[in-house]
Design a protein around this ligand. Sequence first.
Ligand code: ADP
Length: 356
Amino acid sequence: MSRVVLELEGVTKSYGPVVAVRDLELRATAGELITLIGPSGCGKSTLLRVVAGLERPDAGTVRIDEQVVAGPRDWSPPERRRVGMVFQDHALFPHLDVTRNIAFGLDGMPRSRRRERVDEVLGLARLGHLARRYPHELSGGEQQRVALARALAPAPAVVLLDEPFSSLDETLRGQVRADTVALLRTTGTTALLVTHDQTEALSVGDRVVVMNEGRIDQAAGPVEVFEQPATRFVASFMGEAVFLPAHVHDALLTSEIGLVSTVPGWTGTDVDVEVVLRPHEVALAPSPEGSGVVCGLEYHGAFVLHSVRLPSGSLVQSWQPHSVRHPPGTRVAVSVVAGVRPTLLVGDRAMTEPPG
Ligand code: ADP
């Protein structure tokens, strides 16, 4: 097991009557890159601010490198926490060139060591050729690299990145994201990255933390979060999904579209559930006897999203390759792609074992 670098235990923070984060538990191990996602107002920034020491939690403990930095009896100010921060707007000092921006956090170091460290970081971030430029002479992507280099220069225990790519345009974002992740990886940095982009959360994170109303609904690997969402909220927030009433009888899952899958281990059960179906899990075949009727087409380039109305009025969605277009009004047989084991919900929670 890797060393735990950041640990939050029972952390709660309210602003007046608003509980921004509630009883949070989170651990990050050395070198781990955690993405943090959730709707606006769910408490992501508050969590970052509590870790950075910009807010004091009402309850709970924050440990960095096994040292309590916030707790009932302990408090370390931001500058003593070994936490680096990168913001959406980069927040570079406009009157300092790249070198001096990066050197800014290295006050305590002897001069020669400081110069060495700045050169080292300039090299790591591939910024050597821009060392004498001022922020306004840099592209958005370069400014972002300087901001990260500045955060990494003092060799922090943890780096917090608050929507670091959202001010960049779409074409630049992919490259800057790849550069950022590469730099975090080569330096073995432990990082918490806030994003509002589901694909980014899944593609960048070793683990994805999904927050909802101040709580963590799920903290797991990206594949698990997408394929085995823990709650209704996670299922609907992390990608498209529809929820169909369904029934498990003796390990067979059926719904309006017929047999959905087997549910190993659920022999002897007889229980109503809801099945979570994502568009890539739903197959369509035009058929005059089909029970579904195509009611909408959305062209997404590589794929075409088909919406299909079932006799009950429920809607399912299906990704089809770009060459396939069943026009609205087409009757289709709807089934679930072979091998898919969809998530089952009882109430708002996913069921991994038979109830009772
Ligand atoms: P997110 O970053 O996920 O959008 P925040 O952590 O900024 O969420 O906010 C969580 C909740 O706390 C929201 O309801 C927000 O309005 C409230 N909040 C955040 N900061 C303050 C503050 N300084 N004063 C009062 N309420 C705040």
